[in-house]
Design a protein around this ligand. Structure first.
Ligand SMILES: *Cc1c(COP(=O)(O)O)cnc(C)c1O
Length: 369
């Protein structure tokens, strides 16, 4: 059997290990928030956001941000049907309803026309998910937000390193969120980040994320409201600091991996890969191949071919509306149709050229023969 190729794996060097050891050994007492502060500073520096609050997950960051916007029972939040459930779950935690709309056929991100058609008097927000590093149509989305007075929330869990016309994802809408789960562009084991340029929203999320305790409250142990506990530890933040020192290297490597796949597969008739619109930078978190119907290659056939070669491929997200917890939305034709003929390719930073060739050849010499 050939050596196994995993689809994701973090890139961890001695630097991460040294920082984590230092935090474990010395990061207590007056130093207990030192790496957290540094990590948030580095994140602001890189993204250009004014404010950043680290969290234990992206799910938590979304929950905090939407709670701070006052989203609650009876409200609706519009998002793309194609997505990981982590974006929809916090909407339900607040008693609000996820409204699932279709995606665009090329970027696989939310379709702005479908958003407008889904807006009702109960709509309280729109979540833009930059899927697989691909960019949402931010100009259109921000116009829609403006026109209807609705906040645009950027779930950028998959798009650290992606820029829309020089602006980093997560900095264009009311707030942005990121994930540092082990599969993402950088990792802290588990972790997340909330960013915003809105001072009031930042203040509210700061209080909510600290169990409702305001920094101006002089009484000890005196929460002013019910908040949440979604904090990142100093040890996790230490790993994050080392990852942020290496961010350019990590994103560059992701782009090289995509470029290699694209060079081998992108030119083949009937194969579509992650797009990069003019003026944008795609961090290509997850290189993805969508096969035209005419090729007759199904998800199952592709998964099978990869598994025979001992390679982990990954299925394109199922439509959320296909899950038992939600009602089917069959008119979301792209969201229902594309996953049946699509696949995510392995993309961890340390993949060798020989491994990339093995992956490409499953499609070139296997599936297309
Ligand atoms: C990974 C991911 C999340 C969840 O991140 P956690 O840190 O695991 O909570 C949320 N949204 C999207 C789009 C993701 O890919």
């Amino acid at each position: 059997m050939k050596e196994r190729i995993h689809y994701t794996k973090p890139s961890v060097t001695d630097r991460e290990v040294d920082f984590a050891s230092d935090a474990a050994r010395n990061g207590w007492g007056e130093k207990c928030y030192e790496y957290i502060g540094r990590f948030e500073e580095m994140f602001k520096q890189y993204t250009g956001a004014k404010y950043a609050i680290s969290t234990s997950s992206c799910t938590g960051a979304l929950h905090l941000g939407m709670a701070a916007l006052g989203i609650g029972p009876g409200d609706e939040v519009i998002l793309a049907d194609t997505n990981w459930i982590a974006t929809a779950a916090p909407i339900t935690y607040l008693g609000a309803k996820p409204v699932l709309v279709d995606i665009l056929p090329d970027s696989w991100c939310i379709d702005p026309d479908k958003i407008e058609a889904a807006i009702t008097p109960n709509t309280k927000g729109i979540i833009a998910v930059h899927l697989y590093g691909n960019l949402c149509e931010m100009d259109r989305l921000l116009d829609i937000g403006e026109k209807y007075g609705l906040p645009i929330i950027e779930d950028s869990a998959e798009a650290l390193g992606s820029f829309w016309n020089q602006k980093h994802t997560g900095t264009m809408g009311r707030f942005g969120t990121f994930s540092f789960h082990g599969t993402k562009a950088i990792t802290t084991g588990e972790g997340g980040m909330f960013i915003t340029n809105d001072e009031d929203l930042y203040d509210t999320v700061s209080v909510l994320s600290n169990h409702g305790r305001s920094s101006s409250q002089t009484k000890q142990f005196w929460p002013d409201m019910i908040g949440f506990k979604y904090k990142l530890s100093n040890i996790q933040a230490a790993i994050g600091c080392a990852q942020m020192e290496r961010i350019e290297e990590l994103i560059t490597r992701k782009r090289e991996i995509f470029a290699y796949y694209h060079q081998h597969l992108g030119g083949i008739d009937g194969i579509h890969m992650n797009p990069e619109q003019e003026g944008n930078k795609n961090s290509y978190w997850m290189p993805t191949v969508v096969f035209d119907k005419a090729l007759g290659i199904s998800r199952e056939a592709a998964m099978d071919a990869f598994s025979k070669e001992n390679i982990d491929a990954r299925v394109f997200f199922w439509p959320l509306s296909a899950l038992d917890m939600f009602e089917d939305v069959l008119q979301n034709t792209n969201a229902w149709d594309i996953p049946a003929r699509a696949i995510n390719l392995p993309s961890y930073h340390d993949l060798s050229i020989a491994q990339l060739d093995r992956v490409s050849s499953v499609i070139q010499d296997g599936l297309l023969r």
